[in-house]
Design a protein around this ligand. Structure first.
Ligand code: ADP
Ligand code: MG
Length: 736
């Protein structure tokens, strides 16, 4: 019978998972010191320049830094140098690697092959890369989401080489492909990707922060400023064998049904616990592959939920860090596959235990290597630090709603606002010491120097405490010398939140510099002007600072009183993109055009609807074709047992009640499945994405909750031997 077959698949998956763990734990591999191979499969623009002779190297540097045109001979020389390196490292193909709005990177591989016509006929050059092919490609733009910017009959789009992000060679089995990081735009120049706006935002940021530093310091020594980014990446791993019996994970990347196990994370024993040998073998191979690609992964540990882990790199320049995070997600999934594991990057793969985020640690670094958010020993006297802090507070205060937009997705909706992740309301946590300084300045008092005594543990052991405590509930925390945007989803390309954050900070810089310069003009006193504007800004942005528990229900009320945007789900967040008064700063900073903002609204709204629709369809399929037949069979079993009890005159009330409950569940399952089908039909009938999102959020998702509740209740009643879907306890504990 069909249902027996499903149960057998589940049982096989469990056996495989346990056997894999035993087998792989015994395997020993050593990769040697990464010093011997770190970055050997990547090529930075500096390394390219070093391969060119003098004048060419300089002209190439002008191209990279100043956007000077790349002449045809120079482009060919650059392409030849890159190709020679790639071929020497075994590459046979090259590919423009870019980030369309699909959420996953895209590339199309071409061989290093050209056919030339000579007097002898056609001659194949098998290791050729023309300069023109290096710097620009032309994928069909209508096959990627464009939010109406492109159509099948007007499909041209271009990938354009971004030389500031290192080239790399992707190794997959016996194939090696040179990947060329690219921006991706439509024929008329509209951005169709996540990189283009990020690069524009970083340009605006550099310009505005440099000008502000000049004004505040009275010196022009700083020539440019870059954003730094370190992305802590959370993920789950489970045995791949479970996928065969979990169509929800295959279709939606997460479980749509499943009864939380008796033991989840309540013993708090997984966070920083010992990493299982099988997972350690997987992580070591991930690290090895990432080191080859020059991705500086540094930290690994078990996260809070069972089967959940985290990996964090050393921070880098923001554009490179974003590309490296995308590569990290790619490598995690490929290596997991090789190890018989599945790496789940979804924000909420399992109900009842923590979901996954991606903390974006962000700061600003000058051309002189100074971290502008480093408070130093005497933060209250550090004018550059205080001004930068005021700028960031102003940016988050003014643009909290747009920052919220960038972390909105169907997946992240399960996290934001739940008791495990930052809330859907943006606020900033400074920590006690800094808060005291800001508070003193804001109220016109002289701030005290912040300091803390060493903590004596025993007579001999001392701990040196930080000035600030940690607040795990906050979405945007100051953590010593950087801010941590903690609310970003685990599967998201960080380039979108980083584009908006950097644009907001650039815009805030411009405004604050204008105020300082106006004061300076009036009083001639630079220091007094800076102090005044810092004080005013601390006062005017007070509403965004929150030190308390962001998980508490009172906070939502308090936030509303403070006038902060409370955008509880993706449709509410995306609506901000429809209001040009809220997005104008993005056009003013030349990060997006109005058309591009509108197209993002369409793309993200459509994506939300499609994700909900796929999940709804997959859930209905599981309920009706996996669970219902098993439930029906269980009803028969139970009724037979009840009859047998009755026949011999034994008590059978419990059996009757159980049979009734099962019959009710069987009925309930079909009623709720029908409601879900109705919601889906309605979803398909909507004429606009706004209406579609409304139906998705207010009809389809509640219908999914209702259906899931019935399936989960059935899981708790049906015989374990015939249940068709791997259970949470198996996926989370067997195999890893
Ligand atoms: P935690 O969040 O636990 O304090 P760490 O101090 O290890 O963790 O830092 C987390 C991430 O922050 C790492 O990726 C680290 O490289 C990054 N980071 C540290 N300093 C900066 C900085 N100045 N700019 C951006 N990221 C930074
Ligand atoms: Mg962490």
């Amino acid at each position: 019978m069909q249902d027996d077959a499903h149960a057998a698949i589940r049982q096989n998956a469990c056996r495989t998972a346990i056997e894999n763990r035993l087998y792989l734990a015994e395997k020993e591999t050593t990769f040697g010191s990464p010093a011997g191979y770190f970055g050997d499969l990547t090529l930075s623009w500096k390394a390219v320049a070093a391969k060119l002779d003098g004048a060419m190297g300089e002209a190439f540097e002008q191209f990279v830094h100043k956007g000077a045109p790349l002449s045809k001979p120079l482009a060919n020389a650059v392409a030849e140098a890159i190709k020679s390196w790639a071929v020497a490292n075994g590459a046979t193909h090259f590919s423009h690697w870019f980030h369309p709005l699909t959420g996953t990177p895209a590339d199309k591989h071409d061989a290093f092959l050209t056919i030339k016509e000579t007097l002898e006929g056609h001659v194949a050059h098998v290791d050729h890369l023309a300069g023109s092919l290096l710097i620009q490609g032309e994928p069909d733009a209508s096959s990627f989401p464009s939010g109406g910017l492109r159509a099948t009959h007007s499909a041209r789009g271009y990938t354009v080489w971004d030389p500031t992000s290192p080239l790399f060679i992707r190794v997959d089995g016996s194939s090696r492909t040179l990947c060329i990081p690219c921006a991706y735009v439509a024929w008329a120049g509209h951005a169709l990707d996540t990189k283009t706006p990020l690069l524009r935002a970083l340009d605006a940021l550099s310009h505005e922060v440099t000008a502000l530093v000049h004004t505040v310091s009275g010196s022009n020594a700083v020539t440019h400023v870059h954003a730094t980014l370190g992305t802590e990446q959370e993920y789950f791993v489970i045995d791949k064998a479970f996928l065969a019996a979990r169509p929800d994970i295959v279709m939606a990347g997460r479980t749509l049904v499943g009864l939380p196990p008796a033991r989840g994370q309540q013993l708090e024993d997984h966070y920083f616990g010992p990493i299982a040998s099988r997972v350690q073998a997987f992580i070591s191979e991930v690290e090895r592959d990432l080191y080859h690609l020059g991705v500086p992964v540094k930290t690994r540990h078990c996260e809070v939920a069972p089967a959940q882990f985290e990996l964090a790199p050393v921070f880098e320049e923001a554009n490179v860090a974003c590309d490296h995070n995308v590569l990290t997600m790619d490598v995690l999934q490929r290596v997991a596959d090789r190890h018989g594991l599945a790496c789940l990057l979804h924000e909420k793969p399992f109900a009842g235990v923590n979901g996954s985020g991606k903390h974006n640690n962000w700061s600003l670094c000058t051309s002189e290597g100074v971290n502008l958010l480093d408070p130093g020993e005497t933060p209250h006297e550090n004018l550059t630090f205080l001004t930068t802090l005021a700028v960031v507070l102003h940016a988050v205060h003014e643009h909290a709603d747009m920052l919220r937009v960038t972390i909105a997705s169907a997946g992240n909706d399960h996290r934001l606002g739940a008791n495990e992740a930052p809330p859907a309301i943006l606020s900033v946590y400074l920590g006690e010491a800094l808060e005291a300084i800001v508070h003193a300045i804001e109220s016109g008092k002289a701030p005290n120097a912040a300091s803390r005594e060493a903590i004596a543990l025993t007579k001999r052991l001392r701990a040196k405490p930080d000035l600030t405590d940690r607040n795990r509930t906050t979405p945007f925390a100051f953590t010593g010398n950087k801010f941590e945007f903690r609310a970003v989803g685990s599967s998201e390309n960080p380039a979108w939140p980083m584009a908006v954050l950097n644009a907001a900070v650039a815009s805030s810089c411009r405004e604050i510099r204008g105020r300082i310069e106006a004061r300076m003009k009036a009083s001639g006193d630079r220091v007094a002007a800076v102090r005044d504007v810092v004080r005013e800004t601390f006062a005017s942005t007070k509403a965004i600072r929150f030190e308390g528990n962001n998980y508490s229900p009172e906070w939502a009320e308090e936030a509303r009183r403070r006038g902060l945007p409370v955008l509880s789900n993706t449709p509410a967040a995306l609506a901000v993109l429809q209001d040009s008064s809220r997005t104008n700063f993005l056009t003013e900073m030349s990060v997006f055009t109005h058309d591009e903002i509108h197209s993002r609204y369409e793309v993200y709204a459509e994506r939300y609807i499609k994700v909900v629709d796929i999940e709804a369809s997959s859930l209905a399929d599981i309920a009706l074709t996996h669970v219902l037949p098993v439930l029906e069979r269980q009803v028969t079993h139970t009724l037979n047992a009840q009859r047998a009890l009755k026949d011999v005159g034994a008590a059978h009330e419990h059996q009757s009640r159980r049979a009734r409950t099962l019959c009710e569940l069987t009925e309930e399952l079909q009623i709720t499945a029908e409601k879900l089908s109705k919601a889906r039909r309605l979803l398909h009938d909507q004429s606009s994405v706004a209406k579609g999102m409304d139906v998705a959020a207010n009809q389809a998702i509640p219908a999914m909750f209702a259906l899931r509740a019935v399936v989960d209740a059935a899981e708790g009643l049906v015989s374990d031997a015939s249940w068709p879907l791997p259970k949470y306890r198996e996926m989370l504990f067997a195999g890893v």
